[in-house]
Design a protein around this ligand. Structure first.
Ligand SMILES: Nc1ncnc2c1ncn2[C@@H]1O[C@H](COP(=O)(O)OP(=O)(O)OP(=O)(O)O)[C@@H](O)[C@H]1O
Length: 300
């Protein structure tokens, strides 16, 4: 329902978003995942109509040709500015009127969205007294007030404490019943927890995209993690030579073996450990995580 084609942005002569293309399905919650400086904010600002691209197109299915896309999109910036002397309700009525609603419509919507995002009880309190989590909820209500087809949230939970973070993540997951949600994050577990699909951005490019399930299918593999009381380089080499084992890497916590055949690899490792009398302190069989996938994609 929403298509981005060959979108590019340059600052001076440096391209920070490089020819990116993707589509979003209606009613999905999609994470734009990338490290600091990857180009996420620049992308969201272009998609929300705040920044002019140097090239490419953004289209909504069913939109009038040449229509202002801002009426289809709600946007919550990474550092939203609220008028702290206003109450939450006054603020929403104000932004509703800026979005060309009548005062009565804006008031009705303000009441509805205060309820929808779970802060109706503090709607008549000054925003200056809100916690970080309440402010983000108010920011989401502000982005929804004109009933957009899609909302874009830039790092919506990165400044919140664990409780606020949980509340806002749950709310975002619920919101896809009302609208499509695109949010940026550098936190892999947040993306994994609530999104249906991922766009993996690195140095201005979308390196990988797809549903969480399809990316898991493509990248997820079994792994065996080992730790020894003392670690020698020869152990690494010996493990690499065993049957059923793919790539072997060492980090400060131990050794990670990606395995092609879990049972064969498990038996081969344990036999080798016994034969060599290596002092094994940890042994676990698991699956690679989204973080492993991210590292694989960005290091390709
Ligand atoms: N107005 C600007 N002028 C020049 N360079 C800019 C401007 N805005 C962003 N950049 C550069 O573009 C690159 C991408 O920045 P952007 O803020 O889009 O990344 P990000 O993925 O959102 O990072 P973060 O997670 O740190 O917010 C960075 O190298 C940044 O320094």
């Amino acid at each position: 329902m929403f298509h981005v084609q060959n979108l590019t942005k340059k600052f001076d002569r440096t391209a920070v978003v490089k020819d990116i293309s993707f589509s979003l399905e209606k009613g999905n919650c999609v994470a734009l995942l990338g490290a600091n400086g990857a180009g996420k904010t620049t992308t969201l600002r272009m998609l929300s109509g705040l920044l002019k691209p140097n090239g490419g197109s953004i289209t909504f299915e069913g939109a009038e040709p040449g229509a202002d896309i801002r009426s289809y999109i709600g946007y919550l910036p990474q550092y939203p500015v609220f008028h702290s002397w206003m109450t939450g309700k006054e603020f929403l009525v104000y932004v509703g009127q800026l979005a060309h609603l009548t005062k009565q419509e804006a008031t009705e919507r303000a009441e509805y969205y205060l309820e929808r995002v779970g802060i109706a009880n503090v709607g008549n309190q000054k925003v200056g007294k809100y916690s970080g989590g309440m402010k983000q909820r108010l920011g989401i209500a502000q982005a929804m007030i004109h009933k957009p087809k899609m909302i874009m949230l830039d790092e919506p939970v990165s400044s919140l404490d664990p409780i606020g973070r949980r509340e806002v993540l749950t709310l975002m997951e619920e919101l896809k019943e009302d609208t499509t949600v695109l949010f940026s994050t550098h936190i892999l577990t947040d993306a994994e927890e609530i999104s249906d699909a991922l766009l993996v951005m690195h140095h201005g490019e979308i390196l990988e995209q797809g549903s969480l399930a399809s990316l898991r299918d493509k990248y997820q593999s079994a792994k065996i993690e080992l730790a020894f009381k003392t670690f020698e380089e020869e152990q690494l080499e010996a493990l690499k030579a065993l049957p059923g084992i793919g790539e072997v890497t060492a980090n400060r916590d131990g050794i990670i073996c990606l395995v092609d055949d879990t049972e064969q690899a498990r038996q081969a490792i344990l036999t080798k450990v016994t034969q060599e009398n290596w002092a094994l302190t940890d042994f676990s069989v698991s699956k690679t995580t989204l973080e492993d996938m991210f590292m694989e994609v960005v290091n390709k």
